[in-house]
Design a protein around this ligand. Structure first.
Ligand code: SF4
Length: 337
């Protein structure tokens, strides 16, 4: 009797399924990848890189973010120093329109194609919507860059208004697996976030949705989160690693070990072969200087330049130099139109 060898090695399966056919890993398969030992990490990162090169190409999308309204948020996301409910050092502040336009200009100079306007709110009120409308118009008149927004949960009317302003992409993170969300946020639900994302997609804006790893979730929940993102099919997934902020309920959590962070990046790439996978906040503290390189060679194809919202990132030049060194071109604006 001839025996047909059935391959049970998850990386061999991923090579055939994801790399060759472009079909993302299932939740169980993603979990198997997350459970791989450190001895397979290099092989995993190389496969994630091959998948990214085959299904996304070598271009790296560069984005800048700016905080239009900082701090004083009424929600209680346990990782967030902008919540007004915790004793964290971020105080409420607003940015004016000329400063917003100047930040967009500086961002465009780095070669970035996306400029994301962020506000620390549950959802926008009329004042914020008016500020955003004025800001988006001023930027579109003066700067050659796509405008994205991240303003919390939206009503259908607000979704339609943002689409009419020409907002190209909307960011709203699910943050973590549905089963872990109640441990992270109690003032609103995962489903409310999902509803906003659905309306954004239906209005024709690109969907940007990611989360934060290292918030006490299990490996099973990390795999669950990847599967839930795959179901959403976002255009972009920003991956953050928890940077425990003093005064927040997660201020005492341990920083995710570098190997776990890299394994997760690669696993998310294998679950989401075609999405823009962006390194967002927290990578400096988790991965250190070397991390950028390993991530960009392990599935990442987009970066945020400069500072994050409440913590300092690496200077823009360091990332852009690295992309040059790795011979990875920055995605040009005309490719995103
Ligand atoms: S809604 Fe946004 S700004 Fe407000 S606490 Fe949560 S993460 Fe922070």
């Amino acid at each position: 009797m001839t025996q047909v060898a059935v391959n049970t090695d998850i990386l061999a399966i991923a090579r055939e399924q994801v790399l060759e056919q472009g079909i993302g890993l299932t939740q169980e398969q993603t979990l198997a990848v997350l459970r791989l030992g450190d001895d397979r990490l290099e092989e995993l990162l190389a496969l994630a890189h091959d998948v990214r090169m085959k299904w996304c190409g070598p271009e790296v999308e560069v984005e800048g973010i700016i905080s239009l309204k900082t701090g004083g948020c009424p929600e209680d996301c346990h990782f967030c120093s902008q919540s007004g409910l915790f004793q964290s050092p971020v105080r409420a502040a607003w940015l004016d329109i000329p400063s917003l336009v100047e930040a967009a200009k500086q961002t465009a100079k780095t070669g970035a194609t996306e400029f994301c306007i962020v506000a620390a709110v549950r959802g926008p009120d009329e004042r914020l919507m008016a500020q955003v409308a004025a800001g988006v118009e001023a930027i579109r008149n003066e700067v050659d860059i796509q405008v994205a927004c991240s303003l919390g949960m939206l009503s259908q009317e607000q979704v339609d208004q943002l689409a009419a302003m020409g907002v190209h992409r909307y960011n709203h993170n699910l943050e973590t697996a549905k089963s872990h969300f109640p441990q992270v946020v109690t003032t609103h639900t995962w489903e409310e976030r999902w509803d906003t994302l659905r309306m954004v997609r239906e209005a024709g804006m690109e969907v940007c949705c990611g989360g934060i790893l290292g918030m006490g979730e299990s490996l099973e929940q990390r795999a669950e989160f990847a599967a839930q993102l795959a179901e959403l099919e976002p255009d972009e997934v920003p991956l953050n690693f928890l940077n425990p902020r003093p005064g927040t309920p997660f201020g005492d959590l341990e920083v995710l070990p570098a190997a776990d962070a890299l394994r997760a990046v690669a696993a998310f790439r294998l679950a989401l072969p075609r999405t823009i996978l962006r390194f967002a906040g927290g990578r400096e503290i988790t991965l250190g200087d070397l991390g950028a390189k390993q991530g960009i060679l392990g599935g990442i194809n987009a970066v945020i330049v400069g500072n994050y919202l409440t913590t300092l990132g690496r200077p823009a030049e360091a990332d852009l130099d690295l992309l040059g060194e790795l011979k990875m071109p920055i995605k040009a604006l005309n490719e995103t139109l």
